[in-house]
Ligand binder design. Structure first.
Ligand code: SF4
Length: 112
């Protein structure tokens, strides 16, 4: 479903039937304030871009809302975990590299 920011996100749910306006993020869920979800977070959330780049069925995302100084600049912070290799995925857009290894020209050589 498209988020209020206009990006496709599988975790967004909106119910607009007959004038209703119920929106929720099913990844952040019902986190208590001040780490609760609000629709403006979708504007800068990295999840839609991650989902466009990597559709690995083994990768599980977790999201938290972090706040900056004085509670300003709230943003979504993502962590990812691979249920196949049982490891943290440091770059969710790329994946852990187990299912889809990068071709040799993209792997940095340790020997000059
Ligand atoms: S905050 Fe992120 S994960 Fe949640 S609905 Fe918006 S774009 Fe999707």
């Amino acid at each position: 479903m498209k988020t209020p920011a206009g990006f496709e996100c599988s975790y967004f749910y909106g119910d607009y039937y007959r004038g209703r306006k119920r929106e929720e993020c099913r990844l952040i869920g019902n986190a208590p304030p001040p780490h609760h979800w609000t629709a403006d977070l979708c504007k800068t959330c990295p999840v839609p871009a991650i989902q466009r780049a990597n559709a690995c069925p083994y990768m599980v995302l977790d999201a938290k809302v972090s706040r900056g100084f004085l509670g300003l600049n709230r943003k979504v912070v993502i962590s990812a975990y691979c249920n196949k290799t049982f490891q943290i995925v440091t770059e969710p857009q790329v994946g852990c590299g187990q299912c889809h290894p990068l071709p040799p020209p993209f792997i940095e050589s340790k020997h000059p």
